[in-house]
Design a protein around this ligand. Structure first.
Ligand code: MG
Length: 375
C-alpha cells in the first residue's frame, strides 16, 4: 500500500465511536468497522435485494450485495491511486446500501409516501439507522457502534431538518462542509459501478440493445475500439470488453482529475478537506459523458415498460404491507410490536425496510391470499 497522504483519514486520529471502546488489536479502527459490517444481518440480506431487476428475475443480474462489492473494489483502486485510506473506503462502500428497502427505488418511493406524515423514509438515513440502532448483536451497545468517519461516509445526503437531529454527522449539512476524501471516493465509485453494471444487466435482459447504445458517446467510443481490435467477437465478450474499458476510463479520469484538484487545493489535513469544495471529481468532459449515459439509462432502462410493471407491483406490495401492519401491529414479530408501542409508523417502516424482495413477496402472500399458505 502506497503510504498514506497527509489529507487521508487516519484511523489513529478518528473522531471516535458513540460508545467508547478500547482500540482493536491486530487491525485498525476502519478494518474493525469493515469486519462488523460484513458480519451484520443487514449485509447478508443485500444478497436478496435488488437495484433495478427484481431478485427472482434471474440469477445473473446484480443484487445489492454484488453491487456493494463492486463499489468497494472500484473505490479501493481509486483510493490507492490517491494515497487515501483503502479500509475506510471499503467500509463505507460495503455499508452504503444497508438501508435500502426491498425492490430498489420503487420500494423506497412507496415507503416514503406511506411515511409522509411521519418524517418520511430515506434509504441513506436508514443505512445510518441500521448501523447505529437496528443491528442487535453486541452486548454493550445497539447497532455496530462504528467510527465517526464511516458513519459520515454512509450519510451521503440528508435534509437540513433531519441533519439537526443527527448530532456530529449532521453538522456538515448545516455548515455546508464536505466529508473525507474517502467518503467522496466511495460516493463516485457507487456511480461508476451502477452505470456500468446497469448497462451490462440491461443488455443481458434484452431491455436495451447495442444499437441503441451506439448513440451514447462513452459506450460507442469503447465499443468501436473493441470491434476494431477483435472483429467477429461474440456479443457477450464484446459487451464485457466494452464495459471493462468504460470502468477503467472512468477510474483513470477520476483519479487524474482528483489528483489535480487535490494538488491545487493542497489540503494539509482531513479538516482542511472538509472545509474545501468537493475535490474528488471527474473531468468536465467525462462528467458530460457520464450524464449522457445516465440520461440514456433513465429513459431506456429505468423507465422501460417492463421495469415500470415490476415497479408498479413492488409499490403495491409495500403499500399494502404498510397499511396492514399499521392497522394491526400485532401482525409483526414481537420486537417490532414492542417498538410500535412508542413509534408505530417507524416500527412498521423499519420492519418493511429490512425485508428482502422474496421475503416481502412471501409476507404479502401469507397475509393476503386465501389459498392455503404456511403462516
Ligand atoms: Mg449504491
Amino acid at each position: 500500500m502506497k503510504s498514506l497522504a497527509i489529507y487521508a483519514a487516519d484511523p489513529e486520529r478518528s473522531q471516535g465511536r458513540q460508545q467508547f471502546e478500547a482500540p482493536p488489536e491486530g487491525r485498525n479502527e476502519f478494518q474493525r468497522d469493515r469486519d462488523r459490517i460484513i458480519h451484520s444481518t443487514a449485509f447478508r440480506r443485500l444478497e436478496y435485494k435488488t437495484q433495478v431487476f427484481v431478485n427472482h428475475e434471474g440469477d445473473l443480474f446484480r443484487t445489492r450485495l454484488t453491487h456493494s462489492l463492486e463499489v468497494a473494489q472500484i473505490g479501493r483502486g481509486i483510493a490507492r491511486n490517491l494515497g487515501l485510506h483503502e479500509d475506510l473506503v471499503e467500509a463505507i462502500a460495503l455499508a452504503h446500501d444497508l438501508g435500502h428497502t426491498p425492490f430498489g427505488h420503487a420500494g423506497q418511493d412507496a415507503l416514503n409516501a406511506c411515511m409522509t406524515e411521519h418524517g418520511g423514509f430515506e434509504h441513506n438515513l436508514q443505512s445510518l439507522r441500521v448501523v447505529d440502532v437496528l443491528e442487535q448483536r453486541y452486548a454493550e451497545f445497539d447497532g455496530l457502534n462504528l467510527s465517526f468517519e464511516v458513519r459520515e461516509g454512509i450519510l451521503k445526503h440528508c435534509s437540513l431538518q433531519n441533519a439537526r437531529h443527527l448530532g456530529a454527522v449532521g453538522q456538515r449539512f448545516l455548515q455546508q462542509r464536505q466529508p473525507s476524501l474517502e467518503a467522496q471516493v466511495a460516493n463516485l465509485a457507487d456511480e461508476i459501478a451502477y452505470n456500468n453494471h446497469d448497462v451490462d444487466d440491461g443488455l443481458r435482459s434484452g431491455l436495451i440493445t447495442l444499437s441503441q447504445l451506439a448513440d451514447v458517446e462513452l459506450f460507442a467510443h469503447h465499443l468501436a475500439e473493441v470491434r476494431h481490435r477483435y472483429p467477429g467477437l461474440n456479443e457477450r465478450k464484446l459487451v464485457h470488453e466494452t464495459v471493462r474499458r468504460m470502468i477503467n476510463a472512468l477510474v483513470q479520469d477520476l483519479s487524474r482529475q482528483s489528483s489535480e484538484n487535490i494538488a491545487a487545493a493542497h489540503p494539509a489535513s482531513v479538516d482542511e478537506v472538509r472545509a474545501n469544495a468537493p475535490l474528488i471529481a471527474f473531468s468536465s468532459n467525462m462528467q458530460r459523458q457520464q450524464r449522457e449515459l445516465k440520461g440514456f439509462l433513465r429513459t431506456n432502462l429505468y423507465r422501460h415498460y417492463r421495469v415500470n410493471r415490476m415497479s408498479h407491483k413492488a409499490q403495491h406490495i409495500v403499500r399494502e404491507l404498510f397499511t396492514v401492519f399499521d392497522a394491526d401491529p400485532a401482525l409483526m414479530p414481537d420486537d417490532f410490536q414492542l417498538y410500535a408501542q412508542s413509534d408505530k409508523p417507524r416500527a412498521v417502516a423499519d420492519y418493511i425496510a429490512g425485508m428482502t424482495d422474496r421475503y416481502a413477496i412471501r409476507e404479502y402472500r401469507r397475509l393476503f391470499t386465501v389459498e392455503e399458505q404456511p403462516l
